[in-house]
Design a protein around this ligand. Structure first.
Ligand code: VTB
Length: 315
């Protein structure tokens, strides 16, 4: 049975996590919001009939109480003919944005057959993303200048008209000044490079490119989504601690410094991306209807059919 046949079940996991986090919006406690989302998502996974494994999650087993890397999921563990599926989860992408009621907090997951998602450590990843028309035109092999000039040429728009999203971090000081020096616009974001990459992949958005360093797990989830949109994405692991270096070496060996193409990060077309909005942004946030039910809006990308759906769930 294809992974995509469990989309409705995986949707329950993200919508439950989003609803659980919603109660913490604006309360100044990202940790509590994350804990609520993790627990809600974890409970749903126990009800899904599959042999699942957390390929990327809340951290190493001794760091995370639930949804740790490698954790078995699902009610069909080890059963014959059970679907063996890898899940990359971020039960609450942008916890700080929930704490402070800022845009683009989401419960996200990517699902693919066992072994199809890069088993990446929770280190950093240098990323580049853009719309489908830029496939084969942009790459981490090139400099920011090269990629921006290529984008200007392919989109037939002046560089001064192009917008590049970069996370507002000290590590990007040089990148930001290079992009501005070339004459392109920089949109800084505090958090949320999954939503930013999805915006960059959308030719109708006001974002043309995503560049810079975010987390590797989010990079693998993004690659799954952009594979479904047939949009270009590349990642290169960036380790900043000895522990991350050792974990990355264990997971990817001598490819630790490689540039990973989108379809290496998500190596199957039988994959699904789901992002359920908590705070409004790329996806509407959780809201309540007159009966007091929570309405959760989700973006679902089915990679096999390259279908993107926006769906409302009433909880
Ligand atoms: C990155 C980014 C995420 O958190 O992980 C960022 O990929 C954390 O970066 O989208 P820092 O360690 O520099 O704070 C997010 O922005 C939100 O989870």
């Amino acid at each position: 049975m294809p992974v995509r046949d469990l989309t409705a079940d995986f949707l329950r996991a993200t919508t439950s996590a989003a609803a659980a986090a919603y109660g913490w919006v604006g309360k100044g406690d990202g940790k509590a919001a994350d804990g609520a989302a993790v627990e809600a998502m974890r409970d749903v996974f126990d009800t899904i009939p599959f042999d699942g494994r957390v390929a990327i999650g809340e951290g190493e087993r001794d760091d995370a109480p639930m949804l740790w890397i490698g954790e078995p999921l699902g009610s069909s563990q080890g059963l014959e003919n059970a679907q063996m599926i890898d899940i990359a989860v971020d039960p609450l992408e942008c916890t700080n944005h929930v704490a402070n009621d800022l845009p683009n907090a989401m419960a996200v997951l990517a699902a693919a057959p066992r072994g199809a998602l890069l088993h990446a450590p929770d280190c950093y990843m240098d990323k580049i993303a853009g719309p489908s028309i830029l496939k084969g035109e942009i790459s981490l092999e090139g400099s920011a200048q090269y990629n921006i000039e290529a984008t200007s040429h392919v989109l037939d728009r002046p560089i001064s008209d192009l917008t590049v999203v970069v996370m507002d971090r000290p590590r990007h000081t040089d990148l930001i000044s290079r992009i501005e020096g070339i004459g392109a616009k920089v949109r800084l974001i505090g958090d949320g490079d999954i939503a930013a990459a999805l915006d960059a992949a959308d030719p109708d958005s006001n974002t043309d490119l995503l560049m810079g360093i975010g987390a590797a797990p989010e990079g693998v989830i993004t690659a799954t989504a952009l594979r479904g949109l047939d949009a270009p994405f590349e990642g290169r692991l960036v380790t900043t601690t000895k522990d991350h270096q050792e974990r990355a070496l264990k997971m990817v060996g001598d490819r630790i410094d490689d540039i990973w193409d989108r379809d290496e990060l998500c190596a199957s077309s039988d994959a699904v991306y789901i992002g359920s909005g908590v705070c409004p942004g790329r996806v509407p946030g959780v809201r309540k209807n007159q009966e007091g039910n929570m309405i959760v809006t989700s973006e679902i990308i089915d990679v096999k059919t390259s279908t993107r759906s926006i769906l409302e769930s009433t909880l």
